[in-house]
Design a protein around this ligand. Structure first.
Ligand code: FRU
Length: 483
């Protein structure tokens, strides 16, 4: 096994060796967080600490596959420009030898405390899971304190991704879990000092309550207050597809309810998916100095044709979503791009007022690889209205069916595949296009579609189509390259 220093040196060598190859990729992203080399998955330890935003991430620097993960680290003053920092955690100790898995950060007495899962697999493939603590005085170098939570008897070793928060002068931790009956669950733990933890019980899932028999594993739970409710975000595995729902290999979504910190109970409603697209998983949130609840998600899904992405030829794989702000509106979680992203806009907007009928058109100045588009005051009189990006992704609103659909050309076999949801009425679309990634915010964040897509590198077209009279106001900006 390598020491922490050896791991760091090796990762640095890997970054240097492949820098050019990664940079030459025409699908390399311009303003999305991506790994300098290798594979990136979950956002970890998202926090604003001493005024600076820190986003750690699951990182495999040595290959474009999963394995013994590091915690990579980006920091930012403004959520737009990011600096790649020194590696935060490497899997150098016995209790994490197969990966410093996902976790969270919290401020305590001026220091940054991070909690993460030490993943251990023995020669027979049997798993052990330790919830570990590491402390930093400067937000860069971490001192590992080792395991602080042992596996409670109610769960299998699929017990990971601690998220910690403070409430009523006490600390709470939720952990993604699988019960010994092989049901997905969220475990709740409590502590007075962040070091001694007591298992309170199953917060939700397992064999009872609203989420009984809801898949075989819940990953990456995150419980937080939004207005006067507590929202629990998590990523369940093992759900069957149901109509338009649960189409991806695994899901990511939320329930809304009331958490009682004195007895650890949580009454909540039904599970709702957070995103309707192809690539969205393991979201994590934090609250910043403006009181905003901010979210990043991994723009992929585990085991979902990960090895077929064309970026693998350039020695990198996956990225984060753009940072989003969460809002609770009429009992639903809305996601909107953080307003700081306006700083990405290069130059003034190109604007159009369009009324179209039975036609397909391209608009003067409306094309590009890294582009923001806002369509407002949309009126679709009847039939359908659509938008095709780079010839490889198409958004269609059907007034007839009350649906909105994202289609893309599959990067696996070239065949068109789709994701969709019901939508009463379409009034606005906000799109962030970034070479091979696409994020669509519908009606001010009521629905979002997140997806990777791979247009032919020279295809920067954006086309609009409608079957009957459609009207909209459009603004378009070129966006700056910050990565
Ligand atoms: C989710 C996940 C987590 C785990 C991490 C390992 O994508 O499987 O449950 O901690 O990835 O990289």
């Amino acid at each position: 096994m390598l020491s922490d220093d050896q791991f760091r040196r090796k990762a640095f060598e890997e970054v240097t060796k492949h820098k050019e190859l990664v940079e030459q990729d025409s699908y390399r992203l311009h303003y999305h967080i991506m790994p300098p080399v290798g594979l990136l998955n979950d956002p970890n330890g998202f926090i604003q600490w001493n005024g600076t935003y820190h986003l750690f991430y699951q990182w495999m620097p040595f290959k474009t596959g999963h394995g013994a993960k590091f915690w990579g680290h980006y920091s930012s003053e403004d959520l737009v420009n990011w600096k790649h920092e020194e590696v935060a955690l490497t899997p150098s100790e016995w209790y994490e030898k197969n990966g410093c898995y996902s976790g969270s950060a919290i401020e305590h007495e001026g220091n940054m405390y991070v909690f993460y899962t030490g993943n251990v697999k023995d020669d027979n493939g049997d798993r052990e899971s330790y919830q570990c603590l590491a402390i930093s005085e400067d937000g860069i170098q971490f001192e590992k304190k080792g395991p602080v939570v042992e596996l409670p008897t109610e769960y299998t070793a699929h017990f990971r991704d601690p998220k910690v928060w403070k409430q009523d002068e006490r600390y709470f931790m939720v952990v993604g879990a699988q019960t010994t009956e092989l049901k997905g669950a969220v475990a709740l733990l409590r502590s007075n000092d962040l070091v001694d933890w007591t298992h309170v019980g199953i917060l939700t899932g397992g064999g009872s309550g609203e989420l009984k028999n809801f898949g075989y594993m819940f990953e990456c739970p995150d419980l937080f207050r939004l207005d006067d409710k507590e929202v629990l975000i998590f990523s369940p595995q093992g759900l069957e597809a149901e109509g338009m729902k649960y189409q991806n290999v695994y899901q990511a979504g939320y329930v809304i309810g009331t958490f009682n910190p004195s007895n650890g109970t949580y009454d909540h409603g039904e599970f709702e998916e957070l995103d309707r697209g192809f690539d969205f998983y393991a979201p994590q949130t934090t609250e910043d100095h403006l009181g905003r609840r901010l979210l990043f998600a991994w723009m992929s899904v585990p085991d979902q044709d990960e090895q077929d992405h064309p970026t693998i030829g350039h020695q990198w794989l996956h990225n984060m979503t753009i940072p989003r702000e969460l809002k609770l509106i009429d009992g639903k979680v809305f996601q909107v791009p953080v307003q700081e992203l306006k700083d990405l806009r290069a130059g003034i907007a190109i604007e159009h007022e369009v009324e179209m009928q039975h036609e397909s058109l391209q608009l003067e100045g409306v094309s590009g690889k890294a582009v923001e588009l806002i369509l407002e005051n949309i009126v679709v009189s009847d039939g359908w209205f659509d938008l095709t990006i780079g010839g490889a992704a198409r958004v269609t609103y059907s007034k007839k069916q009350n649906t909105i659909t994202l289609e893309r050309q599959s990067y696996v076999d070239g065949v068109v595949e789709k994701r969709q949801c019901y939508l009463e009425n379409l009034h606005s679309l906000h799109l962030f296009i970034d070479t091979s990634s696409l994020e669509i915010f519908v009606n001010g964040g009521e629905e979002t579609f997140t997806a990777r897509f791979y247009p032919a590198p020279n295809n920067e077209t954006i086309r609009f189509g409608a079957s009957k009279m459609s009207r909209f106001k459009l603004k378009k900006w070129e966006l700056t390259k910050v990565f």
